[in-house]
Ligand binder design. Sequence first.
Ligand code: ADP
Ligand code: ZN
Ligand code: ZN
Length: 731
Amino acid sequence: MTRPNHIVRVALKTPVDHLFDYTAPASGPTAAGTRVRVPFGRGNSIGVVVETDAHSSVAPEKLRPVTAVLDEKPLLDETLISLLRWAADYYQHPPGEVFAAALPALLRQGRALDETTDAWRCSEAGPDIDHDALQRRAPRQAAALTLLGAIDRPVTAATLDAELGRGWRPIVRNLEKKGWVRRVEVPIANTLAAIPASETGRKLTRHQQTAVNEIRAANGFAAFLLYGVTGSGKTEVYLQLIDELVGAGGQALVLVPEIGLTPQLVERFRRRLGGTIAVMHSGLNESERLAAWRAAADGSADVVVGTRSAVFVPLARPKLIVVDEEHDTSYKQQEGFRYSARDLAVLRAQRHGIRVVLGSATPSLESLHNVSQDRYRQLELPARPGAVAMPKMRLIDMRREPVDAGFSASLVAAMREHLAAGDQVLLFLNRRGFAPAWFCPECGWISDCRRCDARMTLHRAINRLRCHHCGSERAPEKTCPECDSEPQPVGLGTQRVEETMARLFPEHAIARIDRDSTRRRGTLEQMLGEIHAGQRQILIGTQMLTKGHHFPGVTLVGIVDADQGLFGTDPRSNERLAQLVIQVAGRAGRAEKPGEVLVQTQYPEHPLLNMLATEGYTCFAAAALAEREATGWPPYAALALLRADASDEQLPLRFLAAARELANPPAGVRLLGPAAAPMPRRAGRYRSQLLIQGARKPLHIFLQGWKTKLTGLPDARRIRWSLDIDPVELF
Ligand code: ADP
Ligand code: ZN
Ligand code: ZN
């Protein structure tokens, strides 16, 4: 006799395209969203119940029972489960891995939701301790004791790490042995500090108020594109909405591109909204991640601020989702489960029946298209609050100007003027290192990476050549292997810009911000602090410096080399360049003083740069959309990219050719390729790709059938391959 819904269908973290059936424990069916331990292969595994059923297609004698149910209540609600199932289907990714993306590692490993951790506090022996003697004999023990005494709750390892540095464990163990310190178990630290808000909202501008009113008035699901120029007060709009809905008992999820780069944003949220914010990003350790996840799920956090993967965090009473800087490509996961957090945020809001706000000064063409299709409502913030003017952009013709180490006379003169007035200058160059090539002036030989089809970058401070694609490193060749002449560095990297600036402006302090200069923990924060305090006047940086930062003292922005992205092969490279230029330019003149932007280029007549300089992003976007429509590129069609790589040169192409052979695309779906990837060899592996283009629905249906067949191809197991739906990087 069968019991109703006695089959549980479980998502297990394995790379297979289906769920696994088990029989429910005798205690009764297990609800979707709970974790179970199940026999798997020769061992066992932990997974999430996705659904229950009365029947299974697995033969009854092969069905095995669930070993243990790990949760009393489901961890994931129905909305989230349906979103995850949809995502697995849409992105053609194994459901077990998709569900795994929604759970912190500790929960995946089967740890309890109310997991505890070790913590230490002073014992009652306190008054008997002779501190002075201890200070002389064992200063590190004394320091540990002082720290534990100063905090009136048990202190966890994370805090001890931060305060005492590594190596505190033996010291604290000694104190434990003496009976001066006790170890206790505490619930995993809640990341929420109980700080009250210290700032009230500003009086909104008319445009901000209109935006808030419209969003507030929406009932049920509604998607908004908050299109506001840089510094127009988009964040203020989010804060106002969140403040109101939290007051009414709601919860908000705010997605941001990268928290590590913008500690100021989280600080601003805290000051304004108080301590009910859970922060989720890749810099957390596993117990911090679990604590934040739990705070979101049980509702003790009113606001969750997180990067990409936070789109999957359970929310107790969601009322609003915000996607800040929605154009940012970091919302797309580029490996494994290749989802777009921006797109899923909109779907999630739809399923919850709540509002979603996508904000940007340079919206993606996809979002602008969705506005024109009436799927999103556009709200505009066309100006900065107060009398703050938008910066003026001017192109500098590098062919007609005297140039010193990559700097035109006009840019240097403008820098002198702004620096003399006591203002700060920001120089943008999206290339770290000293020089992007090590080159023989006699015969034209260039030092290449041995494992990639790429050039080596010179890092002169350490006198090494480095490949920025695979990380390999070596000493620069002293003589040209072709002609024995002496090679030279050519081209500009941020380190070279720093050197040039130190020569031209010896009286000003420089801050260089790129991945090399901020590798050590805390250095970025420190540099940002010094910039804000006005201690550094010349800021040099890569893309890291452009994301969401506010530098009120910066009045001049110099884009050192605009030509890098001008002739990319990717149909999206124009869009990226336009966004970058506008975002960088937007760092200028954020306070009372007007800003100026100088763009160095060899192609001042290039239509893209001219349009950006004279008419702005909206005109650029309209032109770009018209072009995409004419050529049938996204958002007017959908794309998928089948990528393959192997250490063997022939295999990837052979696999893709066979894949193409297998395909029987319906009308309206086209296969383009296969062809070598734009960088055909990377880290010693040969890479090829096959592009598939078509209307979203037929494309999706086609891919579903095709992918299953691909798995059966003889080469499928000999190479690495992946299917990327809505890829953001094509070539
Ligand atoms: P965005 O998110 O569009 O870059 P922000 O919300 O960060 O803009 O605002 C830019 C600057 O303008 C900030 O310094 C902010 O404090 C200020 N600001 C925003 N709204 C107002 C307002 N209504 N009145 C005065 N200043 C404002
Ligand atoms: Zn040579
Ligand atoms: Zn390399």
